[in-house]
Design a protein around this ligand. Sequence first.
Ligand code: P53
Length: 476
Amino acid sequence: MSGFKRDFLWGGAVAAHQLEGGWKEGGKGVSVADVMTAGANGVPREITDGVLPGKNYPNHEAIDFYHRYKEDIRLFAEMGFKCFRTSIAWTRIFPLGDESEPNEAGLRFYDDLFDECLKYGIEPVITLSHFEMPYHLVTEYGGWRSRKVIDFFVRFAKAVFSRYQHKVKYWMTFNEINNQANFHRDFAPFTNSGLRYRPGEDREPVMFQAAHYELVASALAVKAARDINPELKIGCMIAMCPIYPLTCAPDDVMMAMNAMHRRYWFTDVHVRGKYPQHLLNYFARRGFALDITDADRAALAEGCVDYIGFSYYMSFTTKATDDNPGLDYDESKSLVSNPYVKKSDWGWQIDPVGLRYSLNWFWDHYQLPLFIVENGFGAIDVLESDGSVNDQYRIDYLAAHIAEMKKAVVEDGVDLMGYTPWGCIDLVSAGTGEMKKRYGFIYVDKDNDGNGTLARSRKRSFSWYQKVISSNGESL
Ligand code: P53
């Protein structure tokens, strides 16, 4: 093959809670994203007990896509997008999460949004759960601690598969389901699974249990989608940060392998429909008695995904240490800096070759079509007095990653479906809640404190990406 497929899905990616705003409109319920304040680099977002007065909740208004999506999709069409990845806010469809009937106003919003995309020939690519589960499920059920949430999720999935089956072909179940491998911090367990840990609680088995229920829910959703319409394609969504050994010392190499096991077993379950033996042995060694039934095992085996969606921003590096003779991976402690790569202002390691490595890693392991559904450079942009933004650093980042992606396809033979850079329009950062950490081709006039006109303007990267798409990745 000389380049990317002719029908390669070039586009951009966002998530409902990070751009829609309208947090109470159309009957929408409160989501976990609605109770997270703005943080900053090194300052974690606060998770509050409900929405409290006097706090800054950046997702409530976000960039007001709820009211401005027509203007924004017109700009995506101008760039030549073939697809647009967003999520359906679960709380627009089931505001509390445990209702028996969906909310018609919420369903109508996404009908209109998808129609607007299709009008320009833009294929919607939809994530079911992207860090925005109903907050009511957290307070009433403890989030994904509860098996009952499987039924609520599957009800939500069936409602939207049935409703949009003729508008949306490509779906993903849980965004970056493996972020919660970092369970020592509060962020990922809450955004992935609605988990609030009690002081002193043994966090790890709780995370494994929640992840298990999600994997079962995902598999049941895959099966439901096939029953509703066999044309639908359902993927998983994995946050891929390949973990390198710091040196070739055998213990460092082994440590890196263990780390990969602990961060990527989720993909094994999604793709192969069963747990890898290393993890079952780990559960036994640690004495974790998880609620995994025969019916769950059957569901997992029947609900394997059609493709692997993944995000790629950075690689990680790890090493063995004397205080860790078991070479166990703890994401909050085991990562070290890679001396061979640079970092973004937020400390994310910039490693385009890691994307080629990741594509090959997934392909070697699973032989399923791959879809890069996030990649991008969070940076501080400067709006010049003439209204322009000269984001050459973003162009450099994306061009270097696309060049490596091309090698994976052309030289290595990886089956790649598409590429949707993250935050194609500036939006609220998931990790920090900032506006200042920008990813877009389109600038949005809004700052960290919520000031600004919300006006949209094209950055330098806008016309660059337009050419990338029109040349099918030849012009970088
Ligand atoms: P922000 C951590 C590591 C890799 C990807 O992230 C991550 C995270 C969580 O912060 O999240 C994904 O906004 C996620 C998006 C998110 C994007 O990466 O923290 O799927 O929702 O916005 C970028 O810079």
